[in-house]
Write a protein that binds this ligand. Structure first.
Ligand code: DAH
Length: 340
């Protein structure tokens, strides 16, 4: 029996395990239930006491040797599973890389920024979690003023009030507190309102705020700036109109409509058969707001506007359900593959 063990040991040592197939053959031959080593263990059972002890030790050593070799070879093969270069078929066509694309709202935001940057506006940012003063009071909404009702608010804490901002106008205040005029900035961002979700409303949406404060800024500057924006965004044929309106933080205030791009003014569902679509609120910054921020309204004037990015996008790409923007449906999102 010792002789047999010796010769199997020799075989184990000289067995070449250079592939997964050879490794399996090695296992079957020596280690598996019907392999040589387990059958030697069976054979050993017939040996006498003294002999059993001796052979048992030799057999255990052999078993360990075979198992050790198996493990080492297995690890080596697993680590070197990369095919050698000469086995790669270089004539095969490349697997195309799937490139993603921007979300339609990002696309629009970037286009808006591009237009205003060319006019000398820079981009500013502000917090989405805001205090009452920056979101309402400094913007000339007195406590309990009914204008607050137009923006149904999510409150995080009461007394002192902390809330999710209802518009990007809070950033106007932060900028005017931090900087001396001239200020020429646009402020894109997300805003929140406590509204039931439907095709036309959502509890969050996006705005771009604009602010221009300097000496001698007048309503004509506001009109021309936004007319230029509308033409850059929607083409030279676009018509624009200013409707008198009310915002506590501007005086005078105007809502800005553009001619409906969907029906070209003939009347459709999007423009509610009026031929016009509202895209922004605007006005001359109220003297009280300038004062609240430490700017002298006798020396400086300014205009401001706020537009909804969803609305601008809807008119660019004819998206008629707001919910599509946040549902993450890839069939919707991949339609916006525009060259960036
Ligand atoms: N903050 C207003 C809103 O969310 C929009 C707005 C109107 C912004 C007039 C302005 C502005 O800066 O001048 O309804």
């Amino acid at each position: 029996m010792e002789q047999k063990i010796k010769s199997i040991e020799h075989e184990v040592n000289s067995f070449l395990v250079s592939s997964k197939e050879a490794l399996e053959n090695f296992r079957l031959k020596f280690i598996s239930k019907k392999g040589m080593i387990p059958s030697l263990f069976d054979e050993m059972k017939q040996a006498s006491g003294e002999e059993k002890k001796k052979v048992g030790k030799l057999l255990n050593d052999l078993k360990q040797l075979a198992e050790g070799k198996f493990k080492a070879a297995q690890e080596e093969l697993d680590n070197s599973s990369i095919e050698p270069a000469d086995q790669i078929d270089l004539s095969l066509p490349v697997v195309p890389n799937k490139l993603g694309n921007q979300h339609p709202l990002s696309l629009t935001r970037h286009r808006i920024i591009e237009v205003f940057e060319k006019l000398g506006f820079n981009v500013a940012d502000g917090p989405e979690i805001e205090d009452d003063w920056h979101n309402f009071t400094a913007l000339n909404f007195p406590p309990n003023h009914p204008a607050r009702e137009m923006q149904d608010t999510f409150f995080i804490e009461k007394n002192p009030d902390i809330l999710l901002r209802t518009h990007t106008s809070n950033v106007q205040i932060r900028l005017m507190k931090q900087q001396k005029p001239p200020i020429r900035s646009i402020m894109p961002g997300r805003v929140y309102r406590n509204e039931a979700i439907s095709a036309r409303a959502h509890c969050f949406f996006h705005q771009v705020e604009g602010l221009y404060v300097d000496k001698n800024v007048g309503f004509a500057d506001l009109k021309q700036t936004l007319y230029h924006f509308a033409q850059e965004m929607y083409g030279k044929d676009i018509k624009i109109r200013y409707r008198p309106s009310f915002f506590p933080f501007t005086e005078p205030s105007a809502e800005i409509d553009i001619s409906c791009l969907i029906c070209k003014g003939a009347g459709c569902n999007i423009c509610k058969h009026s031929g016009w679509v509202e895209i922004a609120g605007s006005g001359m910054v109220h003297p009280n707001v300038l004062k609240n921020c430490g700017i002298d309204p006798e020396e400086y004037t300014g205009f401001a506007f706020g537009m909804g990015i969803e609305r601008v996008t809807q008119l660019l790409f004819r998206v008629n359900d707001l919910r599509l923007y946040s549902e993450n449906d890839i069939r919707f999102l991949k339609q916006f593959k525009t060259v960036i």
